[in-house]
Design a protein around this ligand. Structure first.
Ligand SMILES: [Zn+2]
Length: 80
């Protein structure tokens, strides 16, 4: 899978995580009903980040590197 495609998937999933947080968390009543769903989504997101957020050259996990990073901190090659 191309790095740009993986990046797009991660951005879309991140937006879904934020949206689900807004949907399931009732800010007025602090209702906890949706938390099991939210925790499930966060676990899936965590696994997805760990599986997809990797350098296309050396396959190293990119960790806290932002989506705007241009070079891999491990092998210094350009992230396309
Ligand atoms: Zn690398």
């Amino acid at each position: 899978m191309k790095f740009s495609v993986r990046k797009a998937i991660l951005i879309i999933t991140f937006i879904l995580v934020v949206l689900s947080f807004i949907i399931f968390f009732d800010f007025f009543t602090s209702d906890m009903n949706g938390w099991s769903v939210l925790v499930g989504i966060l676990i899936v997101y965590g696994i997805e980040v760990f599986a997809l957020w990797r350098c296309p050259h050396c396959k190293a996990y990119l960790g806290r590197l932002t989506i705007f990073a241009k070079y891999c901190p491990h092998c210094s090659k350009e992230l396309e």
